[in-house]
Write a protein that binds this ligand. Sequence first.
Ligand code: SAH
Length: 221
Amino acid sequence: MNVMNQKLTGIGMTSDRTRMRMIERLRQQGITDEIVLTAMREIPRHIFVDNALASRAYEDCPLPIGFAQTISSPYTVARMSELARSGKPIKKVLEIGTGCGYQTAVLSRLAQEVYTVERIGPLLTKARRKLVEIKCSNVRTQHADGSQGFPDMGLFDCILMTAAATHIPQDLLGQLDVGGRMVIPVGTQQQHLYLIERTPQEFKETCLESVKFVPLLPGRS
Ligand code: SAH
């Protein structure tokens, strides 16, 4: 096996077996969507963190990715993906907060088209490189403040935000298709995950478990 392949497939604490153990843990934690579990079983999470942290990539915790940001824990990624899918294939998903690109890579296995927006330029550059490395060819990225969504791309059947907003951004609701779902952490000190479902009549809000995300920030850098 050449060095490049070995980096992707992993060895020791980044190996296939370690990834299998993560999947078993996710099952114990209540994740049941086999499509999500398969995506997470196949995507090498360790390549999305710095080499020095690669051996910790499959632990059930967030890890630093630079610029005071974090990669979400495996459970958080699985839970949000499961809520986004709700047992159905996704046509077009918008992710706000690309970060290191791991959640994006998982979404690329669950959806036909993935649009992702990140406000920190160097993070996005790194994420793009990783997504190319593992051949996620259905992803389009944008360096922008994602609270306005990804304008001019039409409506999305799924919107997922990976940073906590103080309120649900109205611009984003406008980009959600009828029958679509938004998964978004809301709050400052106390945060909760919200599921918003757009029906022909209304935006139905469901408040789920308490969560801890980095804040959604304005502008881009
Ligand atoms: N899914 C990512 C989570 C990264 S943390 C991962 O697993 O790596 C949240 C990300 O949201 C950070 O990278 C942060 O820079 C980004 N972010 C915060 N506010 C934003 C905004 N207004 N628009 C776009 N991205 C934003």
